[in-house]
Design a protein around this ligand. Structure first.
Ligand code: SAH
Length: 232
């Protein structure tokens, strides 16, 4: 092979490496930043699950280079994929294990559902914007998450056919906690939910259902989520 041809090969290899790095950035730097974030801090168990999920698969191509930055990104329809630290915190607060059946309201990109799917038996997730529900279902299927069920619709009423749940995560903020979601928690189950006014500071809360059906509420942190909307 001539010297020119060899050079071309070397350059091509260099270009393809750069392209690979740009298209498929690694989650490690993002996880290091989450480790440094807080308080509250999150468990290594959750970070290990997040390390296995390719966040760049859940963001639009135009934002892929930023997929492993610790910030929310637009996903279309005026919605966002949550900041990774918030995903880590909510997953940690849900306190799930490999036998858990979990319900998520606000599928969005499907990323939070995928992180949960790495840790639990089954994830049921509902999204009010049809286009987002369809796209998330396709992404999750393409990546092989066969323990996630996606439905298009208003999550206010929960998903009674699959209730009760070990944990429920709500990734959009209602002004008050929807009662059906509390009803669909198992005894010992946890509802992780931001509550508060639209686009103002809301409070991330954990509601725990006791064995006698009573509820304990714990305020965790101020947050800002997109609004929880209702089907008319
Ligand atoms: N968990 C998502 C983040 C989604 S942002 C992710 O990992 O990407 C919140 C989502 O909640 C938005 O997509 C919004 O359309 C949806 N949403 C808002 N109100 C809803 C409702 N009542 N029922 C279901 N989804 C809702």
């Amino acid at each position: 092979m001539s010297k020119v041809a060899l050079t071309a090969v070397a350059i091509l290899t260099a270009i393809s490496c750069t392209a690979q790095e740009r298209d498929m950035p690694a989650p490690q730097a993002m996880l290091e930043e989450i480790r440094r974030s807080g308080p509250p801090t999150v468990s290594e168990r959750v970070l290990t699950a997040m390390e296995r999920v390719a966040r760049h698969e859940f963001v639009p191509a135009s934002h892929r280079a930023a997929a492993y930055e610790n910030r929310p990104l637009p996903i279309g329809a005026g919605q966002t994929i949550s900041q990774p630290y918030i995903v880590a915190l909510m997953t940690d607060l849900a306190d799930v294990n490999k036998d858990s059946v979990v319900f998520e309201v606000g599928t969005g990109s499907g990323y939070q559902a995928a992180v949960l799917a790495e840790m639990v038996k089954h994830v049921y997730t509902i999204e009010i914007v049809d286009m987002l529900a369809d796209r998330a279902a396709q992404t999750l299927q393409r990546l092989g998450y066969d323990n996630v069920s996606v439905k298009a619709g208003d999550g206010y009423a929960g998903w009674p056919e699959h209730a009760p749940f070990d944990a429920i995560l709500v990734t959009a903020a209602p002004e008050t906690v929807p009662k059906p979601l509390i009803e669909q928690l198992k005894p010992g189950g946890r509802l992780v939910i931001p509550v508060g006014p639209e686009f103002r500071t809301q409070i991330l809360k954990v509601l725990t259902k006791n064995e006698d059906g009573s509820i304990d509420t714990h305020n965790v942190a101020p947050v800002i989520f997109v609004p929880f909307v209702r089907d008319e």
